[in-house]
Design a protein around this ligand. Structure first.
Ligand SMILES: *Cc1c(COP(=O)(O)O)cnc(C)c1O
Ligand SMILES: [Zn+2]
Length: 422
C-alpha cells in the first residue's frame, strides 16, 4: 500500500523552468526533494534550500547582464529568460564608500550597501522577485505573505506589476507609511490583532489550507531566500570582484544573513572571486534580540521573545533561521550584537549626518551595532568593512520625529531671518 504524501499532484515543471537549480536540499539531513512548493523536509522537518548544478559562469557574462538581480540569473532558481518577464527588477543598488562615517568610527575602509534604492525601498524586493518567479513556475496564482512591513510593500507591488492577486497579512500596529505604501498597490491587505509571530502562525495555517497561494516566505521560502544571495554577489562585484573582510547585516528571520554567506561561498567556488576568509556580524534591536542573546550565552537554541522595539521590520521574536545565523557568525569569526532603541535613533542620525543616507530603523540598528562592535574591539578597524542599509527612513519617520526639525519658524522677511542669529 502506498501512502500519499501530497494531497494534490504536482505537475513536473518544464525543463529549465528553474534554471540551474536541481533540487531542494534539507539543511539538516541533506535529503533531496524535487523542485516544488515545499519548504520542510519530509524526513526530519528541517528547512529546505535550493541546490544547483552550476555551469561555468564568467564575470564577463554577469557584467553583460541587466543592471538588476537578473544579472545573476544563472545562480538563481529562475528560467534563463527571466529578465524578459515583468517583475519589479530590483537590485544593483549602490555600494558607496563611507569615508566620513569611517573617520567618525575610527575605521579605515568602510562601505555602505544601500538597499533603500530598490523599487519599494527595501531589500525585500530582491527576495520577492525570485519568489514571484517560482510562484509562476509552480502555477501558484496568488502572491501572499505575513510581513513586518517591507515585505508587504514588495509583495503588493510585485503582484500589481505581474497582474496577479496579492493577499498580505500585517500586525495591526505597523508604521503608517508601510501600511499605506502596501494598500496603494490595490491588493488585499489584512491587519491582524497580534504581533508578527501571531501573523506568521496564521499565515502558515492559511498556506496549509488554501491551494494555489504562494506565501513568499512560507511555502516558497526556499526560492524567496535565494534572492538575498544577490546582496552578497553585488557587494563582491562592486568591490571589483573580491570579498570584503567584514560585513554587518541586520537580522530578522536571519534569512538574509545566511544567504549572503551562501552567496560569498558560491562566488569563491565558481572562481568568480578569490576565496578569502571573511567575518559576518549580525545586528538586532535589544527589544527583539533572541539571536544576539543566544550568541552571547553560547547557546545553540534560540529562545523566542516577545518583541518590543521601534525596529519593527526586524521584530521577529521566533526567527526561523536563527540557529543558522549563529552557525555562520561563529564559523566565520563574527558575532551577533544588539543595540537599544535610543542607539538605533543615534545610528539613523549618524548615517544621515555623515553620509547623507536616511535609513529606516533597521539601518539604524545595523549602523549602531557597527559602532558598538568597533568600540568593543570585536570588529577590526583595519579590515575592509561593509555595512548594510536595508530600508528607507521615510517609512519610519516617527523614529526621529522627536529629535529633528526646523531650526526656526519665521516670517518671510529678511529681518526675521537676521533675528534668528544664524
Ligand atoms: C526583512 C528585513 C530585514 C531582515 O530580513 P531577514 O532575512 O528576515 O533576516 C532587514 N532589513 C529590513 C529593512 C527588512 O525589511
Ligand atoms: Zn531533513
Amino acid at each position: 500500500m502506498s501512502i500519499a504524501l501530497e494531497s494534490k499532484p504536482i505537475t513536473a515543471p518544464e525543463a529549465r523552468a528553474f534554471g540551474n537549480a536541481r533540487c531542494l536540499v534539507c539543511r539538516e539531513c541533506r535529503a533531496e526533494q524535487p523542485l516544488g512548493p515545499f519548504y520542510a523536509c519530509p524526513e526530519c522537518f528541517g528547512p529546505l534550500e535550493v541546490g544547483y548544478d552550476f555551469p561555468s559562469v564568467s564575470r564577463a557574462s554577469i557584467e553583460a547582464g541587466p543592471k538588476n538581480v537578473w544579472r545573476y540569473a544563472d545562480l538563481l532558481p529562475v528560467r534563463p529568460d527571466i529578465a524578459t518577464i515583468p517583475n519589479t527588477e530590483p537590485g544593483y543598488t549602490r555600494l558607496i564608500r563611507a569615508d566620513n562615517l569611517a573617520r567618525e568610527l575610527g575605521i579605515k575602509t568602510l562601505w555602505v550597501k544601500d538597499d533603500s534604492g530598490n523599487p519599494t525601498h527595501s531589500f525585500k524586493d530582491r527576495v520577492v522577485a525570485v519568489a514571484l518567479a517560482a510562484a509562476r513556475e509552480l502555477g501558484l496564482e496568488v502572491l501572499a505573505c505575513p510581513s513586518t512591513g517591507n515585505l508587504a510593500n514588495a509583495v503588493a507591488a510585485a503582484a500589481a506589476r505581474a497582474g496577479i492577486k496579492s493577499v498580505v497579512f500585517i500586525p495591526q500596529d505597523l508604521e503608517r507609511p508601510k501600511v499605506l505604501a502596501t494598500a496603494v498597490y490595490g491588493g488585499i491587505l489584512i491587519a491582524v490583532k497580534g504581533n508578527y509571530d501571531d501573523v506568521n502562525k496564521l499565515a502558515s495555517e492559511i498556506a496549509g489550507e488554501e491551494e494555489g497561494w504562494a506565501f513568499v516566505n512560507v511555502n516558497v521560502r526556499p526560492y524567496y531566500a535565494e534572492g538575498s544571495k544577490t546582496l552578497g554577489y553585488e557587494v563582491a562585484e562592486q568591490l571589483g570582484w573580491r570579498l570584503p573582510q567584514q560585513v554587518v547585516i541586520p537580522v530578522a528571520s536571519g534569512s538574509q544573513l545566511t544567504k549572503v554567506d551562501k552567496g560569498f561561498t558560491e562566488l569563491g567556488r565558481l572562481g568568480l572571486v578569490e576565496p578569502m576568509p571573511y567575518k559576518i556580524f549580525g545586528a538586532q534591536a535589544a527589544g527583539c534580540s533572541p539571536v544576539a542573546t543566544a550568541f552571547r550565552d553560547g547557546q545553540d537554541v534560540i529562545r523566542p521573545v516577545k518583541p518590543d522595539t521601534i525596529a519593527k521590520s526586524l521584530a521577529i521574536g521566533n526567527p526561523a533561521d536563527g540557529p543558522y545565523v549563529l552557525d555562520v557568525c561563529r564559523r566565520t569569526g563574527g558575532a551577533v550584537e544588539s543595540v537599544a532603541d535610543d542607539e538605533v535613533r543615534d545610528g539613523i542620525q549618524l548615517l544621515a549626518r555623515t553620509e547623507g543616507i536616511f535609513a529606516e530603523t533597521a539601518g539604524g540598528v545595523t549602523v549602531a551595532t557597527l559602532k558598538k562592535l568597533v568600540e568593543a574591539g570585536q570588529l577590526d578597524p583595519e579590515a575592509e568593512t561593509v555595512v548594510f542599509n536595508t530600508g528607507d527612513g521615510l517609512k519610519t519617520l516617527d523614529a526621529v520625529a522627536d529629535r529633528v526639525g526646523p531650526a526656526a519658524t519665521i516670517e518671510p522677511t529678511y529681518a526675521a531671518f537676521r533675528a534668528t542669529g544664524l
